[in-house]
Structures are given as C-alpha cells and as structure tokens.
Design a protein around this ligand. Structure first.
Ligand SMILES: C[S@@+](CC[C@H](N)C(=O)[O-])C[C@H]1O[C@@H](n2cnc3c(N)ncnc32)[C@H](O)[C@@H]1O
Length: 237
C-alpha cells in the first residue's frame, strides 16, 4: 500500500545538529593529527557513530518506522488526514498513499532551521514525485491555532514537530487543537523526541486513553538518549 522506495527529496531534520557534530569530529581528527592528542580517538569514534545513527534516522529510519505504523491502521481509503508540521512531506505523503479517495492535509510554518530546504513548493513537488498530488492540500499555519473546524479529520499525525514549540503552554495548545479537529472515533499519532509525557498528560486530561511507547532504534536521533516516543490515541466515538 505504501511504496518503500521514496521518490521525493526530504532533506535533513535540524541540519545544524549533524553539522555541529561533524565539526566536532573534524576538530578531533585535526587535534589527533597535528597536536598528537591520540587519546581523542575514542571521542572521534563515538561522534562518528552518533552522526551515522542521526543520518540514518533522518534519511531512512523515520520512513521505515512510520511506514510500519501506517500500514497497521484500518484504512477505508477515503479518510481525511492532517499532518501537523509536515515539512517536506515525509510522513504526509506516505499517509496519502493510504487514502486514494481521501485527502491528506499538511500544515507547517516551513522553518528551515527545523528541516533543510523546508518550503511548501518543495512538499508540492515531492507529492507529484510520489504520485499523490491529486489528494494533497498544503497550508501555512501554526499548529497552536489550526484553521479547521471541530471534528474535521479521521487521522491526525505529527512527527518530531511539536517539541519545536518552546513553551509548555504552546505545546498544550497544539495538543488541544489536534484533539479538537479529530473526529470522534478518529486516531491521533504523535512521534516526538521529547515532551511526550506532557502530550500524554494533556490528552489524558482531555479524557483520552493514551498508549505511549518507544519507536525503536531506527528513530534514535544519535543514540538511545534521543529516542522517539509514540503517542497513540483513539478518540472515543
Ligand atoms: C523536524 S521537522 C519534521 C518535519 C516532518 N514532520 C518530517 O518528519 O519530515 C519539524 C517541522 O515542524 C515545523 N514546525 C515547527 N513549529 C511549528 C508550528 N508552531 N506550527 C507548525 N509547524 C511547525 C517546522 O517548520 C518543521 O517543518
């Protein structure tokens, strides 16, 4: 149902992170070569492994993890899906493949600090490359204030996006908005690297029964200390 070979170009999440780590690795190599600080080899090896894991997650792991997740949902094929902070469409466009008669809506503020080359027209080109442009809608919007009526989506997803909101109050508003636009009986899936306790507690306060679980090594952003947790909720019908 979802093509495992992605044809779009999806960029790198938080590109300054691998850039800083690569600068650190190069500094270690330089110090070993020119200042004879050979003891730095352990740091260099650790940094190389962390960079490799991060790049795997951003280029491949998140696609594998979300594909496995999306194929388990009981699709009819005509659902309306919303992706909060869709970026270049990594998750949005895989979800769109599940709804040949439905609609997949992506909202974002298109921050290129959070994802390299992040722009609405890039996501549009990716939708065409994946063959789902006919069922995609993209909007510039903040997830704290969604421009949609109550109960308007069957499935709401979000991948490593909500933590980018710096204040707890703002993250609570994003959760409240996700819950508001989800129809009764609909499914909410949020994957994020931090703050997942906060999302769970907020949703529980809204009356949801929440499942929270790790998404495994393919979504480690450098190592197990930066693992991605999934929040999985079905809104009572
Ligand atoms: C790390 S990227 C992940 C993008 C996409 N979900 C993916 O997995 O490829 C985080 C995204 O969240 C978006 N974002 C950050 N704050 C936002 C906000 N308040 N409202 C909507 N989008 C936001 C960024 O612009 C960026 O596209």
């Amino acid at each position: 149902m979802i093509n495992s070979r992605r044809k779009g170009r999806y960029g790198i999440d938080a590109p300054y992170v691998p850039l800083l780590m690569t600068a650190g690795l190069l500094a270690c190599i330089g110090l070993m070569m020119f200042a004879h600080m050979s003891g730095l080899w352990i740091t260099a090896v650790i940094l190389a492994v962390v960079i490799a894991l991060y790049m795997h997650t951003t280029l491949r792991g998140k696609f594998v993890a979300w594909r496995s997740l999306l194929v388990t949902l009981p699709w009819r094929g005509d659902e309306r899906i919303l992706d909060l902070g869709c970026g270049r469409g990594a998750i949005l466009l895989m979800a769109a493949e599940c709804v040949p008669r439905g609609r997949a809506v992506g909202i974002d503020i298109w921050s290129s600090k959070d994802q390299s080359g992040n722009a609405m027209d890039v996501t549009g080109s990716n939708a065409a490359a994946e063959g789902v442009a006919d069922r995609i809608e993209l909007k510039t919007a903040d997830m704290r204030e969604l421009p949609f009526p109550d109960d308007s989506f069957d499935v709401v997803v979000s991948n490593v996006a909500i933590h980018n909101i710096g204040d707890a109050g703002g993250r609570d508003r994003a959760i409240d908005e996700a819950w508001r636009v989800l129809r009764p009986g609909g499914r909410l899936l949020i994957a994020d690297i931090s703050k997942s306790h906060q999302y769970r507690d907020r949703l529980a306060a809204l009356g949801a029964r929440v499942v929270r679980r790790p998404l495994g090594w393919r979504m480690w952003w450098g190592g197990p200390w930066m693992a991605t947790m999934l929040i999985d909720v079905q809104k009572p019908a």
